[in-house]
Design a protein around this ligand. Structure first.
Ligand code: GLY
Length: 360
């Protein structure tokens, strides 16, 4: 008998992970008298038919569709969802399903948990990023003003159903983007996962059931111990302090890049900082940088961009009292957090990224 899907009942959330999860989720949906679903237009076209094929007996009362992309994660779209729920006279017995990537699970979780003080929701992530990260851990919210995730709350879904069947609907950039987060688990906590990935380009990996199950379990483990990000959950921010600044920089200059591309670059800079702070062996640093170079193209940023990147970093939520606090690695497979890093070292890490010879 196949060991997938894995069933994890880690109260208060239950997880079903791996091949067959979608089909098997039908039973748990039966108890709800009404089901409302949130999708974006891409998910509606490519993933909703898969959902219907595998769950022909699940009746969806209404599908709310938003435009795909981070720009939809805003107050207007939340109001649109609340208006729809009100118009449809949805009450607290109903179930809200988020079928989609990180934008859908973030805004859908937020809208569902604020409507009538909260209706239950289930996440069905359809992207690698969602399966390995965004759909797990109860972070819900929207962007507000110039800031990402500025308004929101921690609320757990009833369950998260992770079925790799949806990965077939992804384009190459979406695969690559999620892969940065998968690599991150290897680096911060899972040497065994790292060994499965090392030396391989994501196009040539095939055991996605196992890879996703390992990454998802790593995240579940972290949020189980530190749901509100007071301690070890901060380890998930490895690569994200500089990575988020790079992501915002490209967005502001109308050259949007994927989250994973930015985080991959951030992980190179932050591995370099880690090596300075914790004397990591050179072979380990080379291993990390080579692996990222194998999977991500180097950005052609110049040293002139550094002041702007630093300004963006200063606005980051991870800055406390003007001091940049980083999540770093002590070695491959072991992370630490709240490490103060001097500005000069941050600058040197970006120069390292810019001036090194990448494989691509
Ligand atoms: N994506 C980081 C976290 O869930 O904490």
């Amino acid at each position: 008998m196949s060991k997938y899907p894995l069933l994890l009942d880690t109260k208060p959330v239950s997880y079903m992970i791996g091949d067959g999860a979608l089909g098997m989720s039908g039973k748990s949906l039966q108890k709800y008298p009404r089901i409302i679903m949130l999708v974006d237009e891409n998910v509606e076209k490519h993933c909703l038919p898969v959902f219907k094929e595998y769950l022909p007996n699940v009746e969806i009362d209404h599908v709310i569709s938003i435009k795909s992309g981070e720009k939809s994660k805003n107050l207007e779209q939340s109001i649109h969802i609340w208006n729809e729920l009100t118009r449809l006279q949805v009450d607290r017995d109903a179930l809200f399903i988020n079928l989609g990537g990180g934008v859908v699970t973030d805004i859908g979780g937020f809208a569902a948990s604020t409507y009538k003080r909260g209706i239950p929701f289930i996440n069905f992530p359809t992207t690698l990023l969602g399966m390995a990260d965004a759909a797990i851990g109860g972070k819900t919210g929207i962007d507000y003003g110039a800031y990402k995730n500025q308004v929101g709350l921690f609320v757990d879904p009833v369950s998260v159903i992770i079925d790799p069947i949806f990965l077939n609907t992804l384009n190459d950039l979406q695969w690559q983007s999620g892969f940065a987060e998968v690599m991150k688990y290897g680096l911060i906590m899972d040497r065994d996962l790292w060994s499965m990935l090392i030396g391989k380009d994501y196009h040539h990996l095939d055991d996605w059931n196992k890879i996703i199950a390992k990454a998802a379990r790593d995240k579940i483990d972290i949020v189980h111990h530190d749901a509100l990000e007071k301690g070890m959950r901060k380890n998930l921010n490895f690569g994200h302090t500089i990575g988020h600044a790079i992501e915002s920089y490209y967005l502001m200059h109308d050259m949007p890049i994927t989250h994973g591309q930015a985080i991959a670059a951030g992980m190179i800079c932050e591995t370099w900082i880690s090596s300075k702070k914790f004397n990591i062996e050179c072979t380990q640093i080379d291993e990390v940088v080579d692996m990222i170079d194998l999977n991500f193209e180097k950005f052609g940023i110049s040293e002139d961009t550094i002041p702007e990147l630093l300004d963006l970093m200063r606005q980051d939520k991870k800055v406390r009292e003007g001091q940049l606090k980083f999540s770093l690695i002590r070695k491959i497979g072991k992370a630490t957090h709240d490490i103060e890093v001097e500005m000069d070292m941050v600058i040197d890490s970006i120069k390292y990224y810019i001036n090194r010879n990448a494989a691509h």
